[in-house]
Design a protein around this ligand. Structure first.
Ligand SMILES: [Ca+2]
Ligand SMILES: [Ca+2]
Ligand SMILES: [Ca+2]
Length: 262
């Protein structure tokens, strides 16, 4: 009867010790629906004239990467042009019926404003815009600054990176019609301080006639502090130490009881 409460305390202590290392529940995806549009493709975020500093949404900071030339800003797209012949420049943007970010940069990075650690589980993405070559409609469209692949690179809090490349399907007919965005799932993107999204050409390179390959992203499934800071090995070590401590405590208790009984 004397051992049970102590055993219970030991078990509670072990459980409480592990609480800080349990995975956080998944956060809602970052949808960009709370960003206030100022026109169908504004505001823009970057260092060029007319754009504001990096976008902050849901605790994350999104920054355009100046990989090539002046393509160092991205846009909030709230109402992609639907009709061919609509200004500006007969551009046609991908659509998922909601707001998203992209265009005018071949690279976008994301990190927590707090500087904390997060995990990236997946995201939606589409190619950049197309230009209607003769204003006649969906065909022919000339691919312009059109990413054929997207590379995602995560930077681990302890150093090192994880990276993967996804292929775009080339389907990008604007509002309505077919589905322009694809959903990409990630694994192993855990315990990160930063993630880079970079548009690539069909050969997997950054090129794109001086401006790189544009792309669009939405519904980013990121979870702050979703991975234990100790990592699996650290947790195993902690459990082993606590079990040893518990065994030692029980052994001491057993000896004390024997001595009392004797
Ligand atoms: Ca959205
Ligand atoms: Ca479409
Ligand atoms: Ca597509």
């Amino acid at each position: 009867m004397r051992i049970a409460p102590k055993l219970l305390a030991l078990q509670l202590g072990l459980a409480l010790a592990l609480v800080p290392f349990a995975s956080a529940s998944a956060a809602p995806p970052i949808t960009f629906e709370g960003v206030i549009p100022t026109d169908p493709i504004s505001p823009c975020f970057g260092t060029v004239a007319g754009c504001t500093p990096p976008l902050v949404v849901d605790g994350f900071r999104f920054t355009a990467l100046a990989i090539i030339g002046s393509a160092d800003h991205f846009h909030l797209v709230s109402a992609p042009w639907a009709a061919p012949g609509t200004a500006p420049a007969l551009q046609r943007y991908p659509s998922n019926g909601t707001q998203y970010i992209g265009l005018d940069t071949p690279g976008i990075s994301m990190e927590l404003v707090s500087g904390g650690v997060f995990s990236l589980l997946g995201f939606d993405a589409a190619e950049g815009y197309l230009i209607d070559s003769d204003g006649s409609g969906p065909s022919p469209f000339l691919p312009t600054s059109f990413a054929e692949k997207i590379r995602v690179t995560g930077y681990f809090v302890g150093g090192g990176t994880v990276s993967t490349v996804f292929d775009f399907d080339g389907i990008n007919d604007g509002p309505g019609g077919v589905t322009d965005f694809q959903t990409f799932a990630l694994s192993g993107f855990l315990g990160l301080t930063k993630v880079d999204f970079v548009g690539l050409d069909g050969g997997g390179s950054i090129s794109g006639a001086g401006s790189g390959q544009f792309f669009s992203i939405d519904n980013i499934n990121a979870t702050p502090a979703a991975v234990p800071l100790l990592g699996p090995i650290g947790i195993s070590a902690l459990v082993a130490v606590l079990m040893l401590a518990g065994w030692a405590a029980l052994r001491h208790l057993h000896r004390t009881e024997n001595a009392t009984a004797g």
